[in-house]
Design a binder for this molecule. Structure first.
Ligand code: HEM
Length: 214
């Protein structure tokens, strides 16, 4: 790319391509530390599946259903894009959710509100990866799973979705393989202290990182 092309693409690569995935990884780190039983199960899965770090590949991590369930629950509990992204109705207007919406009206579905609503998910504030398994526990079977669309939908949805999943899987698996974690006291309320004006305005997440004892 020419310097001019790099310059005009830089904000896209930083905001769309890096901030989002990094945000997800911060959020899932926090939620795993707040849910020790899940952290233990996921860490054991990674360490028993991969004897050494170099065994970890995107394709192999992709085959671990519980790992994928944790990623989906991470996207639900802390969607990197928490707001609703706007679309505009056509010149004739559109019928959306059985209601007529007039022409040229901006519409959107707010992600954070939809994912944390008890109308869509049982125990919305709990981190429950099992709700994303093929056979979820009966009490979570009626969750409205189709509502989770963290990469948006339609022809202008996230073009980097595949790359994002690859990065999330690889980085999380390698980090869990190598380290143990402790959430520091001053970060206990990390999520509830945050505001969003588009993306999340993250405060520092203080975590003690300890090399795994072999
Ligand atoms: C967890 C990570 C990510 C999330 C949650 C995410 C989410 C989104 C969302 C919600 C949109 C807006 C789509 C819409 O308006 O309907 C979007 C657009 C976009 N994303 Fe991502 N994204 C992620 C990672 C990435 C990565 C890694 C890249 C590239 C390296 C990327 C590149 C883009 C681009 C270029 C667009 C604009 C697409 C267009 O307007 O046609 N994203 N993303």
């Amino acid at each position: 790319m020419s310097p001019a092309e790099i310059e005009s693409n830089a904000s896209l690569l930083i905001i769309a391509g890096s901030e989002t995935t990094a945000t997800f990884l911060s959020g899932i780190t926090y939620n795993l530390l707040r849910t020790p039983a899940v952290l233990k199960k996921l860490t054991e899965l990674v360490r028993t599946t991969f004897a050494v770090e170099s065994d970890i590949t995107v394709l192999k991590v992709q085959q671990l259903d519980y790992f994928t369930a944790c990623i989906e629950e991470g996207l639900r509990t802390y969607p990197p894009v928490p707001i609703g992204l706007q679309r505009v109705t056509t010149a004739e207007g559109n019928t959306i959710c059985n209601k007529y919406v007039p022409p040229n009206t901006k519409v959107s579905v707010p992600q954070w509100a939809s994912y944390s609503s008890p109308a869509n998910f049982l125990d919305p504030d709990r981190f429950v990866p099992e709700r994303w398994m093929k056979n979820p526990p009966a009490k979570y079977a009626n969750d409205n799973r189709a509502v989770l669309q963290p990469f948006s939908v339609g022809p202008r949805n996230c073009i980097g979705r595949g790359l994002a999943y690859a990065e999330m899987r690889l980085i999380l698996a390698r980090v869990l393989h190598n380290f143990d974690f402790e959430l520091q006291e001053d970060s206990r309320n990390w999520l509830s202290e945050q505001k969003s004006y588009g993306l999340w305005e993250k405060t520092p997440l203080h975590v003690k990182i300890i090399p795994r004892k072999l």
